[in-house]
Ligand binder design. Structure first.
Ligand code: AMP
Length: 280
């Protein structure tokens, strides 16, 4: 496994691979890797000849500086896991490599409103920051396939839109959320939860399952209200519980029984903000 921290040697080595007719799969991450990330590596290895994983905690997508400071860093363990799962290359740039001083990286992207709902509403600027880093990473790696997790459902739609805007030929592949046996969605942020909180956090999965099972055509207000109150009673500070259209994430107030819907939850447990979703 080749470890790159600079852009040009990475590009050069990928250029060589491409010259030999090999296909490139790309798995962008912020590190503190877990099985959810590693399944994306497996998927990429299966579908492409060369898998590149990036590890970069992008300051531009953190609206809360405390969240950025506390984001877990496990680079040694990450490298061991990537080596064991046979990633061909890992790209670990410093902030100055991604955003050289003196160069403005403040492009804004017209995401058709995808960046103003749900995560976008509670984390202003988050998706513009995600697009700024992904635009850069996607142009650097120029992959055939891009692997992302359904765990960040809204992010997947944002990146699908970004690929449309940039006209890049990279194809997005979305993989199902990997969960603990308890149902808790794996997340780097779970490392900041105590054992007791991890147990408590399984309530999010239970609520998503309830929303899936209880969904009936008609008004959805009371279904959403009871999910919020169950989470609040379970010790969460809820940002939102929403049932939304899977294509544009518009909230569904009245379900016709046919519209494709996703239930999404964002809530704090102590200081840790957790998100999860389920296709209904
Ligand atoms: P992150 O390091 O949190 O930015 O995540 C990097 C990639 O891994 C994103 O595409 C995430 O959606 C994906 N990912 C994170 N957690 C999971 C999970 N539990 N299951 C599947 N994919 C995940």
């Amino acid at each position: 496994m080749i470890i790159h921290s600079h852009i040009s040697p990475l590009q050069q080595s990928l250029e060589n691979e491409r010259f030999q007719g090999k296909t490139i799969g790309f798995v962008p991450t912020m590190g503190a890797l877990h099985e959810g990330h590693l399944r994306l590596i497996d998927a990429s290895n299966q579908a492409s000849d060369v898998t590149v994983c990036s590890i970069f905690v992008n300051p531009k997508q953190f609206n809360d500086p405390k969240d950025f400071e506390k984001y877990p860093n496990r680079i040694g363990a990450d490298l061991e896991m990537l080596y064991a799962r046979e990633a061909a290359a890992v790209f670990i740039p410093a902030v100055d490599e991604m955003y050289p001083p003196g160069v403005a990286f403040n492009k804004t992207y017209d995401l058709g409103g995808l960046d103003t709902r749900m995560e976008g509403a509670f984390r202003p600027g988050h998706f513009q920051g995600v697009c700024q880093v992904m635009d850069r990473l996607l142009h650097i790696v120029n992959a055939d396939l891009l692997f992302m997790g359904q765990k960040d459902f809204q992010q997947c739609l944002v990146i699908r839109k970004l690929l449309e805007i940039t006209g890049l030929k990279t194809k997005l592949e979305i993989f199902p959320t990997v969960r603990e046996t308890s149902g808790l969605a794996m997340s780097s942020r779970n490392m900041r939860l105590s054992a007791e909180q991890k147990e408590q956090a399984t309530l999010i999965y239970k609520i998503l399952m309830d929303l899936k099972n209880d969904l009936r055509p008609g008004d959805l207000a009371s279904l959403k209200r009871s999910a919020i109150s169950e989470l609040t009673n379970g010790g969460f500070k809820v940002d939102y519980v929403e049932i939304a259209d899977t294509e544009n994430l518009n909230p569904i107030h009245y379900w016709d029984g046919k519209q494709k819907a996703v239930a999404v939850v964002a809530a704090f447990l102590g200081e840790v903000r957790l998100i999860d979703n389920m296709l209904l």
